[in-house]
Design a binder for this molecule. Structure first.
Ligand SMILES: Nc1ncnc2c1ncn2[C@@H]1O[C@H](COP(=O)(O)OP(=O)(O)O)[C@@H](O)[C@H]1O
Ligand SMILES: [Mg+2]
Length: 215
């Protein structure tokens, strides 16, 4: 089967292909001419390894993620299962099945955090709704990290992502995410949510200072 391009992003190009008869996606991190060549190569390899490690760790944590088929460190590419379905962003824009999807998203994030993993880029385009489950992908910025700050930053990005799509409903959607998250993280949830508020406050403070320094 000839490969067809799904997406050409800033970091990577994604091709739909065939892996021994299974529909698959190749994610290849492409060279960036504006970075020094040796640094560029090292960074692409590092992010490729990180993405593959986190995909495996997330799967072990019980989170739905694309199955990893192959890692080519030198070529900076990973081959993974093709997950059919709309992104969570697409669903939110159409207002479809939102409550169930938000709770499932929260549970998946909770499972990651419970095992000491943070995703690093929790935007709704990095989530696909398939066979009644939320699949998380794009772990290239993820970390093995247990700090309250890292978990707070992760959830805060989710909130920002909701606000950028449907600002008026973001708060209630985020509440549903937190409900799902609480099902997994239990009593640790309040501390993480408090940290999200603090991060938000810090952001506003920085914005306000920027504005006042422009006067
Ligand atoms: N395994 C996959 N199955 C189906 N679609 C995928 C898969 N991986 C990525 N995609 C789609 O391609 C888009 C870009 O992939 P992603 O890994 O997020 O790359 P980028 O780092 O450029 O954001 C995702 O938003 C998703 O819609
Ligand atoms: Mg992405």
């Amino acid at each position: 089967m000839p490969s067809s391009l799904i997406k050409k992003g800033a970091e990577a190009e994604l091709l739909l292909t065939d892996w021994y008869g299974l529909p698959a996606v190749v994610k290849r991190r492409v060279p960036k001419p504006y970075r020094r060549a040796d640094f560029d190569r090292a960074l692409r390899r590092y992010r490729t390894i990180r993405e593959a490690s986190l995909l495996l760790a997330a799967r072990r944590a019980g989170v739905s993620v694309p199955a990893l088929y192959c890692v080519d460190v030198v070529g900076s590419s990973i081959t993974m299962e093709y997950v059919p379905g709309p992104t969570v962003k697409d669903l939110l824009v159409k207002g479809m099945g939102v409550e169930e999807v938000m709770k499932a998203t929260g549970r998946s994030i909770g499972k990651l955090h419970l095992k000491g993993l943070v995703h690093g880029d929790l935007t709704t385009s990095n989530m696909i709704w398939s066979a009644g489950k939320v699949f998380l992908m794009d772990f290239g910025l993820g970390e093995f990290e247990r700090s309250l700050e890292a978990m707070g930053v992760d959830l805060h990005l989710m909130l920002r992502s909701l606000e950028s799509i449907i600002p008026l409903k973001a708060r209630s959607l985020f509440k549903q995410v937190v409900e799902g998250y609480r099902e997994v993280m239990g009593s640790q949830t309040s501390a993480v949510v408090e940290r999200v508020k603090l991060i938000r406050f810090r952001g506003r403070y920085v914005e306000a200072r920027k504005l006042s320094s422009r006067k």
